[in-house]
Design a protein. Structure first.
Length: 183
C-alpha cells in the first residue's frame, strides 16, 4: 500500500511535491477508507489546470518501467518541468507491504531513460544502480548472488531485471520484493 510519494521536476511540479497518505485526518465519517492507519481510498479534487492529472501520471510513472503494461506515451510529452534547469526527474515512493517499509527511488532523464534506482526494505538497501557512475548494479537479495549485474540498457530497470531473471529464495524480504510488483 502506498504511504508516501514525492516527485521533483516532472511536468507542473517544479520543486519537490510531497503526497502523504499516512496521516489520515477528518475521516471519522468514512472509516472504511482507512486501512492500517493509512488512507486507502480517497478523491483528489480541484480546479481545472492545477495538476490533478499530472499527479496521477507522476504516481503511475513507476508502472512504465517496472511492468510490461502498455501506456499512452503522449501523456508523458513535456516530461521535464519547463521552468527548471534540471535535466532529470526524481521520484520517491514509500509503501507498507507485509508490515515492512519499502522505499523505491529513481531518477530519469525522460519517460524511458533511467539514470539511477535505489530499493530498500526497512532501511536496508537491496538493489541499487547509478548509471552516472557505472553500468553495474548492486543486488543483495538472497538468490540473486550469481546474477549478471551489468546493465547497458538505460531503458531496463534493475528491479525488473532481477524479478525476471532470478529464482529468489523463499524468505520474508524476497516475498515483500515480489509483492512490491503488485502495486
Amino acid at each position: 500500500m502506498l504511504t508516501k510519494f514525492s516527485v521533483t521536476n516532472f511536468k507542473g511540479f517544479q520543486t519537490e511535491f510531497n503526497f502523504s497518505l499516512d496521516k489520515p485526518r477528518g475521516y471519522s465519517f468514512n472509516k472504511e477508507c482507512i486501512k492500517n492507519n493509512i488512507i486507502n481510498n480517497s478523491i483528489i479534487y480541484g480546479k481545472n489546470g492545477v495538476g490533478k492529472s499530472n499527479l496521477g501520471l507522476a504516481i503511475f510513472d513507476i508502472i512504465n518501467h517496472l511492468t510490461d503494461k502498455e501506456f499512452n506515451a503522449s501523456f508523458y510529452d513535456s516530461y521535464l518541468n519547463a521552468l527548471n534547469d534540471f535535466e532529470t526527474v526524481a521520484f520517491k515512493y514509500e509503501f507498507l507491504i507485509n508490515g515492512l517499509v519499502v522505499n523505491y527511488e529513481y531518477i530519469k532523464l525522460n519517460c524511458d531513460l533511467l539514470l539511477s534506482e535505489n530499493f530498500s526494505i526497512n532501511g536496508n538497501v537491496l538493489a541499487k544502480i547509478d548509471r552516472n557512475i557505472s553500468d553495474f548494479g548492486v543486488v543483495s537479495l538472497k538468490g540473486a548472488e550469481n546474477l549478471q549485474s551489468k546493465l547497458k540498457d538505460n531503458n531496463l530497470s534493475l528491479l525488473k531485471y532481477v524479478k525476471n531473471n532470478t529464482v529468489l529464495e523463499d524468505n520474508p524480504i524476497n516475498k515483500t520484493f515480489k509483492c512490491f510488483f503488485d502495486f
